[in-house]
Design a protein around this ligand. Structure first.
Ligand code: GTP
Ligand code: MG
Length: 318
C-alpha cells in the first residue's frame, strides 16, 4: 500500500488516511509504521489553511482556486477539519457538489473530515493526512475548516499559511470574528466582491485593513494583507493565491517556515503524549472509578480541579 501511495495512487492514499484516522489500537500500530515509512517523502507541499464563518464561501473559493491550480498542472489535495463532529451530513454533501470540478479530476484529491469518530487530536490526524498527501506527490494542500471555535487553532497547527475569508458588509462580521483569529490570519480576503456587493466589499476590505493595523503582526511581518475576490466570478482569486505564494516563499527564505513546522510537529508530539497517557490511565478500572468520583466532587464544588487532578494521578501514577 505504501508503494502504491508513493506512486500517487489516490485509492491507496484514501485507505492510508482511513487507517491514520482510525482509533482502533491495531490500526494505530499500523498507522505509526506507515507514517515512519512515509516521513522521508513529506514536507514538499504548500499547506494553506482556509477558515471563515459558515457560508462565507470557503468551498466555492477552493473549487475556483483548485480549477486554476489543476490547469497549471499542480496536484491538489483538499482536506477538511471538523472538530464539532456535526451530526448532519449536509455540509459535506454540499461540499461534494461545490467541489464537483475538483472531485472529478484525476489530479485532485478531496477528503471530507471523518464523521465523528475522533475525539480530540483533530489537528494531529489532519497533520498526518497532510503528510500522507505529500508522500503521494500532492504539491498543494488546502485545509478547509468546518465549524467555529477550536477549528482556527487546529488549522493553525497544520498549515503554513492561514487564509481568513470574510464576507462583504463586514462591520458586524468584524465583531463576530474573534480577535484571536485576526491575530492568526496571514492573509485576509473579502469574498463575494461581485454584483452590487462590489463596493461594499471594497469598503469592508478597508475596515479590515485598519483593524489589522492594530493587531500585533505575526513574526515581525507587516500587517496581514487584505484583498477582495469573487469565488463565483473568479475575480481576484489569482491575486489571493499569488499573495499566499509570495508569503510562503518569504517564509521559506527566512527560515520561518522550517521553525513553524518544527513547532507544529513538536506540538503534535506533546498532544499525542497526553492522549496516550490518558488512554493508558483509563484502561485501569480503579483510575476510571476514582476519576468519575472526583469529577463529581469537582462538579459539586467540594473539591478543587487542581487538587482532585493531583490526587487522581498520585493514587495511580500510571
Ligand atoms: N455572490 C457570491 N456568492 C458566493 C461566492 N462564493 C460563495 N458564494 C455563495 O455562498 C454560499 C455558501 O458558499 P460555500 O462555498 O458553501 O461556503 P462555505 O464557507 O464553504 O460554507 P460552510 O462549509 O457551510 O461553512 C453558496 O450559496 C455560494 O454560491 C461569491 O464569490 N459571490
Ligand atoms: Mg464549505
Amino acid at each position: 500500500m505504501i508503494d502504491e501511495l508513493l506512486a500517487g495512487d489516490r485509492r491507496a492514499l484514501a485507505r492510508t488516511i482511513t487507517t491514520l484516522e482510525s482509533t482502533n489500537p491495531k490500526d494505530r500500530t499500523r498507522a505509526e509504521e506507515m507514517l515512519e515509512a512515509l516521513l522521508p517523502h513529506t514536507g514538499g507541499s504548500l499547506r494553506v489553511g482556509i477558515t471563515g464563518t459558515p457560508g462565507v464561501g470557503k468551498s466555492t473559493f477552493i473549487n475556483a482556486l483548485g480549477r486554476r491550480l489543476l490547469e497549471r498542472d499542480h496536484r491538489l489535495a483538499v482536506l477538511t477539519i471538523d472538530p464539532s463532529s456535526r451530526s448532519t451530513g449536509g455540509s459535506i454533501l454540499g461540499d461534494k457538489t461545490r467541489m464537483a470540478d475538483l472531485a472529478s479530476s484525476g489530479d485532485a484529491y478531496v477528503r471530507p473530515s471523518p464523521s465523528g469518530g475522533i475525539t480530540g487530536g483533530v489537528a494531529l490526524r489532519t497533520h498526518e493526512a497532510v503528510l500522507a498527501c505529500e508522500a503521494a506527490g500532492f504539491d498543494t494542500v488546502l485545509i478547509e475548516t468546518v465549524g467555529v471555535g477550536q477549528s482556527e487553532t487546529a488549522v493553525e497547527n497544520v498549515s503554513d499559511v492561514f487564509l481568513l475569508l470574510v464576507g462583504p458588509g463586514g462591520g458586524d462580521d468584524l465583531q463576530g470574528i474573534k480577535r484571536g483569529i485576526m491575530e492568526l490570519a496571514d492573509v485576509v480576503a473579502v469574498n463575494k466582491a461581485d454584483g452590487d456587493q462590489q463596493n461594499l466589499a471594497k469598503a469592508t476590505a478597508g475596515q479590515y485593513a485598519s483593524a489589522l493595523s492594530l493587531v500585533r503582526p505575526k513574526s515581525g511581518r507587516g500587517p496581514a494583507p487584505v484583498l477582495t475576490c469573487s469565488s463565483l466570478a473568479g475575480d481576484g482569486i489569482d491575486n489571493v493565491w499569488e499573495t499566499v505564494k509570495a508569503l510562503h516563499g518569504d517564509m521559506a527564505h527566512s527560515g520561518e517556515l522550517r521553525s513553524k513546522r518544527r513547532r507544529q510537529s513538536i506540538g503534535h508530539f506533546e498532544s499525542e503524549i497526553q492522549r496516550l497517557l490518558m488512554a493508558r490511565a483509563t484502561q485501569n478500572d480503579a483510575f476510571r472509578q476514582l476519576h468519575v468520583t472526583l469529577a463529581d466532587a469537582v462538579g459539586d464544588g467540594q473539591r478543587s480541579a487542581a487538587g482532585a487532578a493531583r490526587q487522581l494521578l498520585e493514587t495511580h501514577p500510571g
